[in-house]
Ligand binder design. Structure first.
Ligand code: HEM
Length: 215
């Protein structure tokens, strides 16, 4: 069975208790789009910092050691190149996630009470990581949240890239200047997510292994 079909069925090869094959935790398509997304996001963030430095919104700039592109023109080239990768890959992820029912199965139901209970359990060391195929409520919230932020960062980026052709979109964000702040805010949220996400992946290394080799 293909990894997409396995995901749609909610099955994975080796789910049978009698099988000696360890079961698939992250299907192949999720792993591929996840790592392409990570590469595209990091390129977008570092080249975005380069572009920001040419006209800072706040009283600070990003050190040149963590920016990509060398100068404004170079940063823009990297940003637009990675944008295509991010958007096409993101559409594949959203389309396949919706079509296979993965989002519904993995990210729902999600409740405030569940998030509070799992946060309490995590802080007191009682949160189970035994079954990596099931996300706890904190994971559900973080993943659903970052998917939404990913959509808003792309839309706000489009609105400041083509503010004339996409006037309606720029207007939706409250105008060009506000859209820039929204775009920056999304970037900050993604960076904050990434710090927490990487620390948690390192604290539960078998989840990182599953995102690399699937099992
Ligand atoms: C290079 C840094 C990254 C590492 C090491 C990493 C690691 C991981 C791991 C280990 C998982 C599975 C964890 C679990 O079982 O809960 C995961 C899932 C996920 N990661 Fe990342 N990640 C990285 C970058 C990113 C970025 C940049 C984003 C988006 C901004 C992202 C979004 C997600 C999402 C949405 C999931 C859930 C995927 C699904 O189940 O459909 N990750 N990541």
């Amino acid at each position: 069975m293909s990894s997409i079909a396995a995901d749609r069925e909610g099955l994975s090869p080796g789910n049978d208790q009698a099988s000696a094959t360890p079961r698939v935790i992250q299907p192949g398509w999720v792993r591929i789009v996840h790592w392409i997304n990570a590469l595209a996001m990091i390129t977008m963030i570092m080249s975005g910092w380069q572009i920001y430095n040419a006209s800072p919104l706040f009283e600070f700039s990003f050190p040149s050691t963590i920016t990509l592109g060398g100068w404004l023109g170079g940063g823009l080239l990297w940003h637009f190149a990675a944008m295509w990768l991010l958007v096409v890959n993101g559409l594949v992820y959203l389309g396949t996630g919706l079509a296979t029912g993965r989002f519904r199965r993995k990210l729902l139901p999600l409740s405030a009470a569940g998030v509070l209970a799992d946060t309490r359990a995590a802080l007191t060391g009682r949160l189970s990581h035994a079954d990596l195929t099931v996300y706890n409520n904190v994971q559900k919230l973080l993943y659903a949240g970052i998917i939404l932020v990913g959509i808003v960062v792309v839309l706000s980026g489009l609105s400041i890239w083509k503010p004339v052709q996409l006037q309606w979109l720029t207007a939706l964000f409250g105008g060009y200047d506000t859209a820039r702040y929204v775009h920056f805010g999304c970037m900050a949220a993604i960076v904050a997510f990434l710090v927490v996400h990487i620390v948690l992946a390192l604290l539960v290394p078998k989840s990182l292994r599953a995102m690399i080799v699937g099992r």
